[in-house]
Write a protein that binds this ligand. Structure first.
Ligand code: UT7
Length: 323
């Protein structure tokens, strides 16, 4: 049987750091409110001429620098999870394929918002286990600052830009375990970026092409749904939550993560987050947190890492990786 191994990871963020004080002149808020209600200290915003595909390319270039033993020459599939592409077509995966000259690779974008990276890992594992592909790049990348409504005081301070990339290879033993996917599609109107349709399930959409959210509803759904699913994901891997060395949830809000820790008993010391320094980077938040956990030496070889993505859709996906 062919298994899938996550073997290398890279990341990138734009240069410009945005502190909480930046929002004090834009909206009715304070640095203290943002820190205490979200946990965020800083986030990064892309330059006007910098887009999601640029961050994707730099994250993959960083992956090769960090893990010089891996080769990208025979990458045969690129999956990019994003909700803020440079444009709807061509896909970000095709841009990466071209810009990194990965001419033997197929290319596909995954459209699952903050759960996109986790969905990408699940898809990559399936494609490798099914013998369809052997070496897959999975990238989570966003320039959410391009789709942020900077007049909306309930959301504009949350979002940041960034990208994380992992390499997943066919391998005898593998290190990607059991997976879980799901969605609460009825929550679509609670978190959206408008497109062509002017309503969803009969509810009119704000047509400003920016992220619109019902923060309280999404918060509640996230805590309830993820806390319910985490033990099931552990069981799908033949373990309990006590056996997890690291928990890497989507970094939407530090208070969501703390609530999950309270609900499930997984202590905050076992959490890897990217919310404090990078804000909510949607599909990039999990690989950025994982990257920094590995780079800082916290994550050791053999550690069991539960990743859990959740967000717009409302969709979720998770798996357990043994690093
Ligand atoms: O990746 C997934 C995408 N999104 C999410 O996961 C979002 C999840 N939700 C959240 O993170 C939180 O709901 C928010 C951070 C968006 C909001 O925090 P909250 O604690 O749920 O605030 P709230 O909406 O319950 O509002 C509490 C108070 C209100 O004032 P009153 O009515 O208590 O007087 C708001 O008017 O905070 C006020 N408020 C603010 N105050 C200062 C709302 N936004 C701000 C602000 N600065 N920016």
């Amino acid at each position: 049987m062919v298994n899938a191994r996550l073997s290398a990871i890279g990341m990138s963020v734009p240069e410009k750091v945005i502190p909480n004080s930046y929002f004090e002149s834009l909206i009715d808020t304070t640095e203290e409110w943002i820190l205490s209600r979200t946990g965020i200290k800083t986030r990064y915003h892309a330059a006007p001429d910098e887009f999601t595909s640029d961050l994707c390319v730099r994250a993959v270039q960083d992956l090769v620098v960090q893990f010089p033993e891996v080769s990208l020459e025979d990458v045969d599939m690129i999956l990019v999870a994003t909700t803020s592409p440079d444009q709807p077509m061509p896909s970000m995966a095709c841009r990466v394929q071209h810009r990194l000259s990965l001419s033997h690779a197929g290319a596909l974008d995954i459209y699952a918002a903050c759960a996109g990276f986790s969905y990408g890992i699940v898809m990559a594992k399936g494609l490798i286990a099914g013998g369809v592909h052997k070496k897959i790049l999975v990238i989570g990348a966003e320039t959410l600052s391009k789709v942020t409504d900077f007049t909306d005081r309930t959301s504009c301070m949350l979002f940041g830009d960034g990208a994380g990339a992992v390499l997943i290879e066919a391998d005898k033993t593998g290190n990607i375990g059991g997976c879980i996917t799901g969605a609460s599609g009825e929550g679509g109107p609670d978190l959206y970026i408008s497109g062509f349709a002017e309503s969803i399930d009969g509810q009119p959409l704000k047509m400003n092409r920016c992220i619109v959210q019902n923060g309280r509803k999404v918060f509640k759904w996230a805590v309830t749904k993820v806390a319910e699913q985490m033990p099931l994901l552990a069981a799908a891997n033949g373990i309990t939550l006590a056996d997890i060395d690291w928990f890497v949830p989507h970094s939407a809000n530090l208070r969501i993560i703390e609530a999950l820790s309270n609900e499930t008993g997984v202590p905050m010391e076992k959490v890897l987050e990217s919310i404090v320094d990078f804000g909510n980077t949607s599909s990039a938040s999990i690989p950025i947190a994982l990257y920094n956990g590995i780079k800082s030496g916290k994550v050791k070889r053999g550690d069991k890492i539960m990743i859990f993505g959740f967000g717009g859709g409302l969709a979720y996906a998770g798996t357990v990786i043994t690093w």
